[in-house]
Design a protein around this ligand. Structure first.
Ligand code: PLP
Length: 441
């Protein structure tokens, strides 16, 4: 009997490159055919064959509350009934921007866009416009969307497909990006010593999760703040993935609370980029920062940025409702579940004799395989790439067979939601031992 997933994939490949609208969905690094999803509710997704899975992808981050939260769906339906798109300002956009500023006060001004890629692209353009400088510093293994300037040694799908970058990015664009090893402030100092007067911005994932989860070492983000300030460059903190997911004020909020508890002053970047949770599953992203910088954007300033669907009322309704529902209890629940799962994953691999390390950043976590990772942890992209990636393939498919969907790449973070209750978690726990043994083979 044919499987509707395979039929759908065959059909898709006849009309969509690789059969998917975004590369990692194609299962290229884990093999096999992707599941075509028909619906999602709470902690579960259901494929076109009617099979239900506990979902640890959560739409790659946005589904903080779980899929199809009734209040979010109701808000979307209500907004849709009033019109799908106006191409004019709405009060709900102001509400959303105010909610972002309430959580991250340094985002005095917030510009809404539709994707994280647009947010980082605009942040880079703004940094160049404000400073009048051409160069951008990024870190190997960090993914900031498919912006030309930011694709070199990017994480996420670029890492999954083992690509150094992307064809179609001109040498000129690539030459204006300096790629440095993550967690290496000496490399940043050296780059600024050599090129300081030409560097417009340093962009970093607030806590990288696109080469697997590789948190910043203590003092790294603060160091970036110090160095960029000394040289008159902007510091762009990309919170597209971490923002409003790892805590009410994102990674920045978590890290600053920790620094301040230790008696430090904390740090504030010049620009933040947000995506994923801010749209609650719909296309909303944003950049934010002080008025003195953000007001360089059109219509006030000379840096152009625009979007037919920016601030779309239906999408904004989903994002605003999600953020309003994401209170401390939600973050505490997500943290508890993530901790339980991360512990159980580590234990299952240890029992199966698989050398590994589980790395965490707030509620985000992922596994790295191999003796090197197990002995000293993973601090940068080179180490992330050096792991035994093949172990993930067997593990991934065993979990899938047992009814659990994981990200189809070892280089992606696992995501949980507030809807992952005991029943969902127990299903994962039951699947883990056999899947870990499959990874040992
Ligand atoms: N920045 C980070 C840190 C991301 O994780 C992503 C996407 O995964 C992006 C930017 C790009 O966002 P989008 O896929 O919405 O364009």
């Amino acid at each position: 009997m044919s499987d509707p997933n395979n039929d759908a994939f065959l059909r898709a490949q006849q009309v969509i490159p690789g059969g998917v609208s975004s590369p990692v969905r194609a299962y290229r690094s884990v093999g096999g055919d992707p599941r075509f999803l028909a619906s999602a509710r709470g902690a579960y997704v259901t494929d076109v064959a009617g099979r239900e899975y506990v979902d640890l992808v959560c739409s790659w981050g946005p589904a903080l509350l779980g899929h199809a939260h009734p209040d979010v769906v109701a808000a979307v339906q209500e907004a849709a009934s009033r019109g799908l798109s106006f191409g004019a300002p709405t009060v709900a956009e102001v509400d959303l921007a105010e909610e972002v500023r309430r959580r991250v006060p340094a985002a005095e001004r917030v510009r809404l866009v539709s994707t994280g890629t647009e947010a980082t692209m605009t942040a880079i353009r703004l940094a160049r416009g404000v400073t009048g400088r051409p160069l951008v510093v990024k870190f190997a293994g960090c993914y900031h969307g498919h912006v030309d300037a930011l694709l070199a040694e990017a994480g996420s799908g670029v890492a999954t497909l083992a690509m150094p970058g992307s064809a179609g990015v001109t040498e000129t664009a690539a030459a204006e990006t300096l790629v440095l090893p993550y967690n290496d402030l000496a490399a940043v100092e050296a780059a600024f010593t050599q090129h300081g007067s030409r560097i417009a911005a340093v962009i970093t994932e607030a806590s990288p999760a696109n080469m697997g989860v590789v948190p910043p070492h203590e003092g790294f983000n603060e160091g970036l703040r110090r160095i960029t300030r000394e040289h008159g460059a902007l510091f762009v903190l990309d919170e597209v993935l971490t923002g409003f997911r790892v805590g009410p004020s994102g990674w920045w909020g978590l890290e600053n609370a920790r620094i301040q508890a230790d008696g430090g002053a904390g740090y504030v970047p010049d620009l933040f980029t947000f995506g994923k949770v801010i749209g609650g599953g719909m296309p909303v992203a944003a950049l934010g920062g002080p008025a003195a910088i953000m007001d360089h954007l059109a219509p006030l300033g000379p840096v152009y940025q625009a979007g037919t669907l920016s601030g779309n009322p239906v999408a904004v309704a989903a994002g605003l409702t999600t953020l309003r529902l994401a209170d401390d209890a939600v973050y505490a629940q997500v943290d508890r579940t993530a901790n339980a799962l991360a512990d159980a994953v580590g234990e299952a691999f240890s029992r199966a004799g698989v050398e590994h390390v589980v790395q965490r950043a707030g509620s985000l976590f992922s596994v790295f395989f191999g003796p090197l990772a197990a002995s000293s942890g993973v601090r940068d992209y080179r180490q992330a790439q050096a792991q035994e990636t093949y172990r993930y393939t067997a593990f991934f498919h065993a979990m899938l067979e047992a009814g659990v969907t994981l990200p189809p790449s070892v280089f992606e973070a696992w995501f949980v939601s507030a809807a992952h209750d005991d029943a969902a978690v127990n299903r994962v726990l039951e699947a883990l031992p056999a899947a870990a043994r499959a990874a040992a083979a």
